[in-house]
Design a protein. Structure first.
Lengths: 338, 520
């Protein structure tokens, strides 16, 4: 445990140069691409004087190294800058949008992990039989369709035709959302014991998360199936069966646990991809998340939000990877990091 | 029942419960509006676009207001102007009050005007070239005078954008940025609505004020409305038809028929002032040649535009839309390849063999498709059209100078006020070079002089005569290919009443005029 803690701290410290490098790279790319974001923000009829005033207000008239230094110095004081376009604080915007995307991605990865693992286990147990074929064809079907198309069909069927779920948004329009504690509506409503709010939040989350999860479902199912098959072939499984251990104990306690390390790696990777790729689902379901914010900021070349979003994504990717490495150790006590 | 079954059943119950709870919430006379765009900012000194304007017109009052096709006095009771259109005096209505009960005074108007000038945000360009800090003066508690630094006849047309802020609230939250941080999220107005729930990037609630000082124009009025951001057109349509919204402000053209045929809903289509123009770089290597510009204009198949675009469009009859103030009928090119070839024969490239760039917004079919139509026409003249998609900020940057300006660039323009000046000066006066509106880099000394002159004459007939001359000269010089005006398309629940289309704000509703009848 002591070694694990040391490893954790070391990895956390390594995050600092990683994020500095990431911010430097993004800053350089955002500044070297052609375009006139100031002209865009100032409006079509802005006079040169107005544009210049805006340029000065945002420090864009200063040399690039100084702009970067000021930006990083601001970060350490909690100042993530201001959007050139909306003039809102980027830190506040990130605080607003990030929990929405995090909640959607967590729910999607939860769906994909549970469903993918179950399907993978069944496919392996019934290898080359009907359940195996059905599960493989099923996940292939959903992963093959473009996500925006599935989103629109699900919205049309479950929202407009059946009216089982809302068309979009995170919460009922006419009701204030639960008090912000974490920003995750499902969690916040449970924390204040408001089960009706929890129902409403889950109802809004269910379809968008399900659609988003399809992207990860196929790989999780396939990797679980392959590793289950490999593990089922091991000597220790034969021995456990020879000893007469109940089958469910063998499958879920020993085989799945061994097979799950590879699945966990895939889940981690997919979590990152789902988060970065949530924009289409967010657009269709009016989910006010980071993906939409990222796309809009990029289209406007709005520097400060682009930088903030990149740093947030970088941090999430890195932290997820660190925690995954630590989880390996929990699943397989033989794995230790020095 | 096993624990796992109980958990599973509970989960299903929760989901079904959610499904039943959802979509049933409804409140009397609260209008749910599906808006395509976020309301980024509600500071009258720094915010300006269609969604921000919808919010500002609801939270604040201005000296004048656009209602339908007309401009009407709003905070103003009476006014006068000097003959040279330099000194403008306004008497304000005395019953106008801010939301905190304090009166809307001349001092507040002066304060608001100077604040806009000092901050120099997007709305400031209207007045920055004709004002200084001494321009606005209070001559009494309810009398204000603007002495412009130079005459500006369209001045009244700009005043619907002068939203009056409550100085006491701004000063109490002044900070080090003249209250910008505060006002971008909080109102300080006297308008028909106040702010309710304000969820950034998601939903904005507006609540009707008690006893709005100006009264309500309709048979009833809304208790409030919710601006619900819905960026996807299909989502707007689905929400409308599912009863989750009452208005969809930008449904897709392909959804028009479905909305119109569903009982309880209607679609409105109106011709707007939102013009699409193909600007040719009049200082460019090839397109500086008048005959080539004429050839290009004749190679465009205008009749194909309404058939292939996914919105209803009206082909432009010249530099200004036919329903816009000051429109003058001029001879404009039609699709005629023989004529195009005749003009091309007079250029240094009589057999074509040249390549022109056509710049448009990446993945925006309404700009790309006209290019493809032109590509086909020009191919018959042996001219290659290089389709060049660009991000909008890059397009704006390319219009910075004639050297960087593309051969052809597709630009949408919305006149910011109801005056010929708004269309013609911004696009065709050489002093405007550098803005994307003037990306044709047109320069004609006589046109410049007439546009300048029309700004300093008070008499409207004299001004319109000058604008007519300008339009004739533009038709002769063909600085651009005038393509089409895009019709406004909005989806409504039938229970929403009082909507009056205003071409000045093609997709902005004047919420204070709406009411609801028998909405579920």
């Amino acid at each position: 445990m002591h070694l694990q803690l040391g490893y954790f701290v070391k990895r956390l410290l390594l995050l600092v140069p990683l994020l500095v490098g990431l911010s430097l790279l993004t800053f350089s790319i955002a500044r070297v691409v052609p375009g006139d974001p100031v002209g865009l923000a100032a409006g079509p009829q802005a006079t040169p004087e107005i544009k210049e005033k805006l340029r000065q207000a945002f420090g864009l008239d200063q040399p690039l190294p100084l702009q970067y230094f000021n930006y990083v110095a601001g970060l350490f004081q909690g100042d993530w800058g201001e959007s050139l376009y909306s003039r809102r604080s980027v830190a506040n915007d990130l605080k607003t949008y990030f929990p929405a995307t995090l909640e959607l991605t967590l729910a999607a990865i939860l769906f994909a992990s549970v469903l993918g693992t179950v399907l993978g286990v069944f496919a392996a147990l019934y290898r080359d039989q009907l359940p195996d074929h059905l599960s493989r064809i099923g996940v292939l079907f959903f992963v093959s369709f473009p996500q925006f198309w599935l989103a629109m069909i699900f919205q049309l069927v479950f929202g407009l035709l059946l009216r089982w779920f809302p068309i979009g948004k995170r919460f009922d329009i006419l009701t204030p959302p639960p008090e912000t504690i974490t920003g995750l509506y499902t969690l916040d409503s449970l924390l204040v014991w408001d089960f009706q709010a929890f129902q409403v939040a889950v109802g809004h989350l269910f379809i968008p998360a399900l659609v988003l999860s399809f992207g990860a479902l196929a790989s999780i199912t396939r990797i679980t199936r392959a590793n289950m098959l490999e593990a089922l072939d091991k000597d220790y499984v034969r021995m456990e069966r020879a000893l007469g251990l109940p089958e469910h104990l063998i499958i879920f306690k020993y085989v799945l646990r061994n097979a799950f390390i590879a699945t966990l790696t895939v889940i981690t990777l997919e979590f990152g991809w789902l988060m970065a790729g949530a924009v289409l689902v967010e657009t269709i379901f009016d989910w006010p998340g980071l993906g939409l914010y990222a796309v809009e900021s990029s289209l406007r070349l709005d520097f400060q939000p682009i930088m903030g979003i990149t740093i947030i994504y970088g941090m999430v990717f890195s932290l997820v990877n660190i925690f995954t490495d630590l989880a390996y150790g929990l699943l397989d006590p033989r794995i230790r990091y020095d | 029942m096993s624990l796992s079954r109980k958990i599973g059943m509970s989960f299903v119950a929760i989901l079904l419960g959610s499904a039943l709870v959802l979509g049933t919430a409804q409140a009397k006379d609260i209008l749910l509006y599906g808006g395509n765009q976020d309301i980024d900012n509600i500071d009258p000194a720094t915010g300006e676009n269609y969604s921000i304007n919808a919010a500002l017109r609801s939270l604040y009052d201005a000296l004048f207001i656009y209602r339908g096709e007309k401009i009407q006095p709003h905070l103003v009771a009476s006014w006068s102007a000097s003959d040279d259109a330099k000194v403008w005096t306004f008497n304000l209505k005395k019953n106008a009050v801010f939301h905190d009960g304090s009166p809307v005074t001349a001092e507040a108007v002066v304060y608001s005007y100077n604040r806009i000038l000092e901050i120099s945000g997007p709305p400031a360009w209207r007045w920055s070239g004709i004002s200084d800090k001494n321009t606005a003066k209070a001559l009494g508690s309810h009398k204000v005078q603007f002495t412009l630094t130079k005459p500006f006849a369209p001045f009244i047309g700009t005043l619907p954008q002068l939203f009056v802020v409550n100085p006491a609230i701004v000063e109490a939250n002044r900070g080090d940025d003249f209250g910008q941080s505060y006002l971008r999220l909080h109102e300080a107005g006297s308008g028909p609505f106040t702010q309710g729930r304000w969820e950034i990037g998601n939903v904005y609630e507006f609540k009707a004020t008690n006893n709005y000082w100006a009264g309500w124009t309709g048979k009833g009025h809304l208790e409030g409305f919710m601006w619900i951001i819905q960026r996807d057109a299909a989502t707007q349509k689905n929400s409308l038809l599912a009863g989750e919204t009452h208005i969809a402000d930008t449904p897709a053209g392909s959804d028009k028929a479905e909305i119109a045929k569903t009982p309880g809903f209607r679609i409105t289509e109106d011709v707007g002032f939102f013009t699409n123009t193909l600007k040719m770089n009049n200082q460019g290597k090839y397109t500086s040649n008048l005959n080539l510009r004429k050839a290009i204009a004749h190679a465009m198949n205008y009749d194909a535009l309404p058939q292939v675009l996914d919105v209803k469009v009206t082909v432009l009859p010249g530099a200004t839309p036919s329903n816009f103030l000051g429109y003058t009928k001029v001879a404009v090119p039609t699709y005629d390849l023989d004529k195009a070839k005749q003009y091309l024969a007079k250029t240094p490239w009589p057999n074509g063999g040249i390549t022109l760039d056509y710049v448009y917004v990446t993945q925006f079919p309404r700009e790309e498709i006209p290019g493809l139509i032109l590509l086909e026409g020009l191919a018959k003249l042996n001219i290659t059209l290089n389709m060049k998609p660009m991000l909008w900020p890059d397009m704006v940057a390319s219009c910075g100078s004639p050297e960087t300006g593309p051969d052809l660039i597709n630009i949408y323009t919305l006149p910011p006020y109801l005056d010929p000046d708004a269309h013609l000066y911004n696009q065709y006066h050489s002093g405007q070079w550098g803005s994307f509106n003037s990306c044709s880099f047109y320069k004609h000394a006589e046109v410049d002089a007439k546009l300048d002159q029309a700004r300093v004459i008070g008499d409207i007939d004299q001004r319109l005569a000058l604008y007519a001359d300008v339009q004739r000269q533009l038709a002769a010089d063909q600085p651009s290919v005038w393509m089409y005006t895009e019709d406004s398309l909005m989806g409504f629940s039938q229970c929403v009443k009082g909507y009056l289309y205003s071409p000045m704000y093609p997709i902005t509703v004047l919420f204070q005029d709406l009411w609801m009848e028998n909405c579920n």
